[in-house]
Design a protein around this ligand. Sequence first.
Ligand SMILES: [Mn+2]
Length: 325
Amino acid sequence: MKALEGKKALLICLHDDPDPDALAAGWGLSFVLAGALGIQTTLGFEGIIGRAENRAMVLELGIPVKRIQALNISRFDGVFLVDTQPAAENHSTPDELPILGCIDHHPMLGCQNTIPWFDVRPNGETSSSIVLQYLISLEIDVNPDLATAILYGIKTDTRDLSRQPAPPDFRAYTYVLSRANFPALGAIVNPRLDPVYFRMLHRALDAARLHDYATVLFLGDLPYPDLVAEMADLFVRRREMQWCLCGGVYNHFLRFSLRTETDRPNAGVVARNLVRRRKGSAGGHDMTAGGYLPMAQQDLSATELWNVLVQDFLKAVEATSAREP
Ligand SMILES: [Mn+2]
């Protein structure tokens, strides 16, 4: 933390299309940096906050998140990455700024010991829990809206502490639970849903194909990128199914999300193998993962590429026979 003394303004950069854990951890970090070091921060992201729950989270709690493109980058002394790492390809850190900090819980990507404040706990607690530990140890007030953000970040990253929570997640969850803004939480968990969501749900139901215990579905053009995660979360819950691979195309990229109810093989590893040699990028944990492939660098159409990915995926999870949905 000492390494950041004397810095006046930092950009807190979340991963693209930020999820609740990234939003909560980044927002919490802004209180840490202001409270402990008097540093002004701006919370920045690129991509889309698409999922209705995540939009409601930003609006209900007033999370002051801004598009990096719209910022005057020259006024920042550096960047603090949250819920991602410098070597990951899923963030839009401006090249001209030095990376001064990083808080994350994804698998370690290369050695980063040149970064002054580097706190990556691979497959450990959520980014929200890590930031909460700083807030508590520095005795910085956690207001009801921030408590709610952290609560929702932990809830979604661990599916209510049921999917690989680390012990600190339990402590963090109880801490913020007693401080949360419950009307706001209710509005986030049960947001109003746009008609486009129902249209895409209809398309997903039509598109779903079953192979033994694996569901695959291709949604075609997506209205927003995290729809593939949203549908994968839903379809993996189907009884008798262990896996869901859901894909679609957004902004010239084929995007996919992978969910599983088992922990073998590791979803993150399966996802990375799917993009290997295809100029894509992927990442994730044991049971949730995702990735994308640039269509401009493929010599296949989106549907052809999807079919190839599905074959590789089914081989990886050893699902063979197709059956009627
Ligand atoms: Mn996370």
